[in-house]
Design a protein. Structure first.
Lengths: 295, 261
């Protein structure tokens, strides 16, 4: 067993819709893997399949060496889950929320107090322990959700869109928290549609589109392979952008339209083009591979 | 090589975890819950006991206040069992997403449903006794059999709680509770021998009364207080156990359909 998570050929259909369509996914122990894709790519369904809240129609799933769905409960006992939707008990205090989950995660009676203190410390919520959840800010609530998933010191943590809907500054606080977990050797699977989040935190990224993995690799390797080192960003009126696109494709370069500009990729070394040179990023890769803009 | 360690079904640790959540939450709303569960039946008791009781002095061989006082124990069990189960299950599923969080922990749907129903059953065991104690103040003679009433109330309460969870699992929206409420629960509430005996009703109503779990609860409570009737009460008890088991499995089956996709 080298992988905390291993999925092979996983398929999940909801009526006529195939949400996950033959997905392979590995999360080696001690790494942080990102599931990157736009809304509707099948990320959340994949996450739910890992806790057996979604039962796959086909394929094999193993989490921490346990086969799913039959041994899912044992796997859930050893992992922590941070959901996309805030499901804290809002009428309870921060500490009461943690107490409830210390019980649900079967932290022994002698260790509960210490586990709660540790989680409060991790989430930096020690001075808000007696605050009711509905008095907390969005960022604090998200930190509490993460702390709640860490009470039993899991070896694996699933984070479903951990920073969605948060201010950039709050997002960075959460990144620091996730990065700390990673440095402590916790295996992490994180779904996100924020490119920067995946680039910063993930050792490898699986890009999902329409339920399939369309590329797998380290962020910088994916960028090099699919987008080249440098992009040229050309701005102008729509007619000019169309001309630029035609010319670039004529020379065998790939382009992507981003509303007000055209990005020309793989044009390394070309000096005869007017435009801003910029470093390529994961978003370029995503758009090239899927034809979709990330929203 | 997959690991083979496997956790069992209906583990005490999982049941306890879910119940701790209920108990901690209850600490923030016990006042309102206790108010409605105790004041409602007391009002019924006073209204029927004294309003109707001034017209009728005895019913089926009982003083009317004694008859109603014991009957209302069972309706309290219905109201404080089925309704909280319906509404809290629906709210936790639809609005608070509580079940998502619990099922991501080592808890299965079977344990979730069982623990929530057990907790409601424990509450109905206590709330069910309130109208009886009020009736004692108004002249019902205390008896040793009253000590069994909490257990009867808890058993019936477990059945009603599971039935309420089943309704919530079937409901597409909270509005659809009206159909169950008006179409099933209210008729059950009235045709149960609580306020008037069934044996003077037409045969079809008596037959309906006999498949109504509330009727069996009413009879069992009344006989516990005034004296058991042997086999007849074993029949009532068996019916309540059967109702609880059936509702329990139905609640689990339909909650699984709703929660596990």
């Amino acid at each position: 067993m080298e992988c905390a998570i291993s999925m092979r050929g996983v398929v999940k259909r909801f009526g006529p819709l195939t949400a996950v369509d033959g997905l392979d996914l590995d999360v080696p122990f001690g790494t942080c893997v990102g599931l990157l894709g736009p809304n509707g790519a099948g990320k959340s369904t994949t996450m739910k399949a890992l806790t057996a809240q979604v039962i796959a129609d086909e394929g094999e799933l193993e989490v921490l060496g346990y086969r799913l769905p039959e041994d899912s409960k044992q796997a859930r006992a050893e992992m922590g889950v941070v959901p996309q939707l805030d499901n804290l008990d809002v009428s309870l205090t921060v500490e009461q929320n943690l107490l409830v989950f210390a019980h649900l995660y079967r932290v022994g009676p002698g260790e509960r107090k210490a586990a709660i203190e540790r989680a409060l410390g991790l989430a930096n919520l020690g001075d808000r322990r007696n605050s009711k959840v509905d008095q907390l800010s969005g960022g604090m609530r998200r930190r509490l959700l993460i702390a709640r998933a860490l009470l039993h010191e899991p070896r694996l943590v699933l984070l479903d869109e951990p920073t969605v809907g948060l201010d950039p500054q709050v997002r960075q606080e959460l990144w620091a928290l996730i990065d700390r977990l990673r440095s402590e050797g916790v295996s992490i699977l994180m779904s996100t549609h924020y490119i920067e989040e995946a680039e910063r935190l993930c050792d490898t990224v699986t890009i999902m589109s329409h339920g399939k993995a369309v590329a797998i690799g380290a962020p910088h390797a994916l960028i090099r392979e699919h987008a080249g080192a440098e992009a040229i960003e050309v701005y102008g009126p729509p007619a000019r952008l169309t001309d630029v696109e035609t010319a670039a494709r004529g020379r065998g370069w790939r382009t992507r339209r981003t509303g007000t500009s055209v990005s020309i990729l793989h044009s390394n070394g070309a000096t005869d083009l007017d435009g801003e040179r910029r470093v390529t990023n994961l978003e370029d890769v995503f758009v090239l591979l899927t034809g979709e803009e990330i929203t | 090589m997959a690991a083979t360690r496997r956790l069992g079904r209906l583990e005490p640790a999982a049941l306890q975890g879910v119940m701790v959540r209920e108990v901690v939450n209850f600490s923030s709303f016990w006042r309102s819950s206790t108010f409605s569960s105790t004041v409602d039946p007391t009002i019924y008791l006073l209204a029927f006991g004294f309003g109707f009781g001034s017209l009728v002095s005895t019913v089926a061989g009982y003083d009317y206040v004694d008859f109603v006082g014991t009957g209302i124990v069972a309706t309290t069990v219905l109201f404080s069992g089925a309704f909280p189960a319906m509404y809290s299950t629906f709210v936790k599923y639809e609005f608070q997403h509580t079940y998502d969080a619990i099922l991501a922990a080592p808890v299965d749907t079977e344990e979730l449903v069982t623990a929530e129903a057990l907790w409601i059953a424990a509450r109905t065991g206590v709330y069910g006794c309130v109208p009886m104690l009020v009736a004692v103040v108004f002249g019902l003679d205390p008896s040793w059999g009253m000590l069994l009433v909490p257990a009867i109330a808890a058993l019936a309460g477990f059945g009603w709680a599971c039935f309420g969870i089943f309704i919530a699992a079937k409901a597409k929206s909270i509005e659809s509770f009206s159909y169950w409420q008006s179409g099933l629960l209210t008729p059950m509430f009235l045709v149960a021998g609580t306020f008037f005996p069934l044996d003077k009703l037409p045969t079809w109503a008596q037959v309906l009364g006999n498949v109504n779990p509330l009727f069996h609860c009413v009879e069992l409570v009344r006989h516990a207080v005034f004296g058991f009737e042997g086999w007849e009460d074993i029949g009532h008890l068996a019916f309540l156990i059967g109702f609880a088991l059936l509702s329990w499995r139905l609640a689990i089956r339909f909650m699984e359909r709703k929660l596990i996709l």
